[in-house]
Design a protein around this ligand. Sequence first.
Ligand code: HEM
Length: 463
Amino acid sequence: MELLFFVLVTILFWSIRELINYQVRASRLDFPTLWAIPFIGNFQLLQLVLSKQPLEDHQKIIEKFPNYFKCWFLNFRFLCPHSPEAVRKILKSEECLSRPVFAKIMFSGFSGDSYHEWINKRKFMNQIFYPSSLKNSIKAISAAADDFTCDLSKEINEGKEFDIYPSIARWTIKVHCLFLLGLDDNSINGIIERLDRLINIRNNITHFLILPQLSKLIMPSKFTAMENAKTDLINFTKSLFYNQKTNENATKFEKNYSKILHRDDFAQQIISMMDAGYETVALNLTNVLLFLSKHQKIQEKIYEEIQGIKDEISLESLSKFELIERVIKETLRIAPPLPYLPREVHKTFELEPGKFVEKGTIILIPNYGVHRLNSVYGDEADKFNPDNFLKENLSKRPISSSFQFSHGKRMCIGHRYAMIVMKIFLIKLIKNYKFESDENDLKFTAKVTLEVEGSKTIKAYLR
Ligand code: HEM
C-alpha cells in the first residue's frame, strides 16, 4: 500500500514537473504573442484550426504584428513570420531545413522528412531536374499539350460553361508520369484514382493535422485511412514501374536510380514528387485560365505574344514568352497553391540580434498572407495585376515579398520543370482557344492546398 502511494505521488510530481517544463519551453520564445492561458497556450490557435475562414482570420492577426508572432499550445511552439525580411532569413537559414511531424504524416517521401533523413535524398533527387533532362522532355510535354488541345475540342460545348479542372488534373498527371517515371497513358488512371483518394482524406482532416498527436487520439480511423491510401499508392506505383521492363524510359530510370536507392524508397520519393507536383500545377493552370477569363485584354495580349514568336518550343524560346511568365507568377502570388509553408527548426538560431528561435519550434509561413501585404503591394494587393512582375516593379519590392516556389535549399525541387510545363500548356491552349467566365470575384479557401471557392467553370471557344 505504501509502495503504491509512493509510486502515485512520484508520478504526480513528475507530471507537474513535466507540465511546468512544457509551459516554460513553449512560452520561452522571446517574440510577441497573442494572449495565452498558463499551461495551455493560445486558444486562438485552436480557433484558427477550426475556423471556416482561416485565411481571413490569419490575415487579421498578421496586421496586429509588424514582423512575426509566436503561438503555442501545450508543448507545441509555433513561430509565424510574415515580414518579407523575416521570411527570407528563415527560408535561407541552414537551421530551418526540417519539417514538423505533421508534414511527415501528410506527405510521403522526402517532402515530409526531418532534416537528417532529407538531406541526402534531396541531393540525389535534384538530379532528376538537371537542365539536360528538362531539355530532353520538352518535345514530349509539347506533344502531350497538343493532345490536350485536340481532346478539349470534343469536350467543350461552345458557349456552355464547364468545369475544366478534371481534364487539367488528368493532363498534369499524364505529364508527370511521362517525365518522372517514363510511363505511358495506360498507367495514369490508377495513379489519379489513388492520388485523389489520398488527397480527399487529407483535405478532410487538414485542420487537425497541425496538432497530429492530439488529433490521432481523437480520430484514429481517419489517420489509418490516410496511411492505407498512401501505402496503396506507393505499391501501385512500384508495381507499374517495375513491370514496365519493355519501356525504354522505365528501364533507364531503373538502371540509374536503383543503384543508389532501394526500390521501395525510390517509389516513395517519386510519389512524393507526384503528390507535390499534382495539385500545385493543376490548380494553378486552372486559376490562370479563370483569371484570364476575366481579364480579356491580358488574354488577347498573350495571344499576340504567342503569334509573335515563331520559333519551335525549346528551353531558349520559352524565355521569350514574357507575359505568360508574369501571368503565371501573378496567379501564384494571389493564389499560392500551398497557402502555408511548414518548417521546423533543427538547430537553435538567432533570427535577430538577441532573439533566438529554439530547436523544435515549428515555423508556419503564411504565403497567402505575405503575398497580399498592403504594406508591400499597396491598396490593390488583392487585385490580379501581372505588371507586379515587370522588372521595374520587382526591383521596388523586397525579394521575399513573393516566393511562389520558396527560397533556399528546401525550395520546390520541381520549380523549373513546373514553369516549363505550365508555359507550354498555356501557349498551346491560348493559341487555339479563347476563354470567358461569368463569375465576378474569385475567392479562395485553404485546405492543404488553396482552392477556388465554389465552381471552377469557364466557357471556351475555338479561335
Ligand atoms: C505551380 C507549381 C508548384 C508550386 C507553386 C510549388 C511550390 C512549392 C513550395 C512553396 C514548396 C515548399 C518549399 C519549402 O518548404 O520551402 C514546394 C516543395 C516541393 N515541391 Fe513544389 N511546387 C510546384 C510544383 C512542383 C512540381 C511539378 C514538383 C515535382 C514534379 C514539385 C515537387 C516538390 C517537392 C518534392 C517539394 C518538397 C521539397 C523538399 O522538401 O525538399 N513541386 N513546392
